[in-house]
Design a protein around this ligand. Structure first.
Ligand code: HEM
Length: 417
């Protein structure tokens, strides 16, 4: 990563403006790769960052301790250039494991992993099967006048939403508003007032969830975090407790929702691949999940890492304290890693390592749960509705207005006979 003799000056590095509406996510990702392994990106509000667009370089960078995840190391924030109404602020200025380093990161992560164990995830299987089955039963009742059903709204969204809300003891009546507020975190097209109001409301709602679990402790993970804090107040501050809840509830639904949506959309638009999947067993469906993660990564871009010293990547000098974006969907189609046909959705390809769940110390903590939810939900919808088809031209699907989330905002289908 560091052996080039004459580093480029910032002026010679190509610049690309990232679209806050996510209008052409993969077109933009292809342009990022074409421009080179290290690119300058312009974000809403004219904020500048960098993007490392090669799989191999990104893989090294995200596991390198010279790159902090703590926003307190971002020069632009320290200079006061980033206001609290900046549309991307909800993904950046938060206090939890995803924005912490080293010992602090291990402490916050361990508080969750000690109760959110592989066994606990496995125990959720029958409940997820039940949730999936109930939602599939209800689909015909959601048909519009033209007979189409929005599979994103009525299936892909409520599966992870119900699972994560039950896991963290979120009362039923708080869930509809929680869902809207979690959606807002990933949006990059909101105005400053809406951003600030949404953040205040998120924290108020989550504080109510904590209060409720304090009064009525249960077998949920919020109660477990409260118990850890009560046993040793130094192990987790109240701010970190709410911040952790915010992370788990947002990461636990938006991403998996996009994975389920993207996989169903990919199969509906690739009939040959769909036929292979429908004839296949569990391993084939697991390949559908992995190929979707690679080819259509639910987290298209993820903010930020901040070098703790001046660094050089592929001959480009990045000064200490600048922001570097991880473009997970661009590297998912990097031909150097995935072959010359990396642009093709192919569930039979020999899977090479993808970075859709990241890599290194911040590797997605929810990956086993996300994989299990997807592996149960996606085949079930094709099994229950073998005549399933898209109700609109795929080109007409409107993307989620986000430069982080990569998915479509609706998925209208016909259930068939
Ligand atoms: C398809 C679904 C998912 C995808 C694609 C995904 C993707 C990611 C990525 C890319 C990161 C690392 C970001 C970075 O630092 O660059 C991450 C971290 C994380 N994810 Fe996920 N995620 C998914 C599902 C989940 C679920 C279901 C949960 C919770 C139940 C979850 C919880 C987390 C947490 C807590 C972290 C922070 C880990 C840390 O900083 O140590 N994710 N995820």
């Amino acid at each position: 990563m560091t052996s080039h003799p004459a580093p480029s000056s910032e002026a010679r590095v190509p610049v690309i403006a990232l679209d806050p509406h996510g209008t052409d996510h993969h077109g933009e990702a292809a342009r990022l790769r074409e421009l080179g392994p290290v690119v300058r990106v312009r974000l809403p509000g004219n904020v500048m960052a960098w993007s490392v667009t090669s799989h191999a370089l990104l893989n090294d960078m995200i596991a390198d301790p010279r790159f902090s995840k703590d926003w307190r190391n971002w020069n632009a924030i320290l200079r006061g250039d980033i206001s609290d109404g900046w549309p991307l602020i909800g993904m950046v200025k938060v206090t939890n494991m995803v924005t912490s380093d080293g010992q602090e990161h291990r402490r916050l992560r361990k508080l969750v992993t000690q109760t959110f164990t592989p066994r606990r995830v496995q125990e959720l299987r029958p409940r997820i099967e039940q949730i999936v089955s109930d939602l599939l039963d209800a689909l015909p009742s959601h048909a519009d006048a033209d007979g189409s059903v929005d599979l994103r709204l009525h299936f892909a969204h409520p599966v992870p939403m119900q699972v994560i809300c039950e896991l963290f003891g979120v009362p039923e009546h708080e869930r509809p508003r929680l869902r809207e507020l979690m959606d807002n975190i990933f949006r990059s097209d909101l105005g400053p007032e809406e951003v600030t109001a949404s953040q205040i409301e998120q924290y108020e709602l989550l504080a109510r969830v904590v209060e409720n679990c304090r009064k009525h402790p249960g077998d949920d993970l919020t109660s477990a975090l409260i118990a850890a804090r009560d046993a040793d107040p130094d192990s987790l501050s109240e701010e970190e407790l709410v911040g952790t809840l915010l992370l788990m509830l947002s990461a636990g639904q938006e991403t998996t929702l996009s994975l389920i949506t993207n996989a169903i959309r990919a199969l509906l638009t690739h009939p040959g691949q769909r036929a292979l999947a429908e004839q296949g067993d569990e391993t084939v469906w697991a390949n559908v999940v992995e190929e979707t993660l690679r080819w259509d990564a639910p987290i298209g871009n993820f903010p930020f890492r901040y070098p703790l010293e001046d660094v050089e990547i592929a001959g480009v000098q990045i000064p200490m304290g600048e922001a570097i974006m991880a473009p997970y969907s661009a590297v998912g189609r990097d031909a150097a890693q995935h072959g010359e046909d990396a642009d093709r959705f192919d569930i039979t390809r020999e899977q090479r390592k993808h970075l859709a769940f990241s890599h290194g110390p911040h590797f997605c903590l929810g990956a086993p749960l996300a994989r299990m939810e997807a592996a149960l939900a996606i085949p079930a919808v094709f099994e229950r509705y073998p005549g399933l088809s898209l109700a609109v031209d795929p080109q007409a699907l409107i993307p989620v207005p986000s430069l982080f989330s990569n998915s479509s905002s609706t998925l209208p289908v016909r259930l068939g006979n």
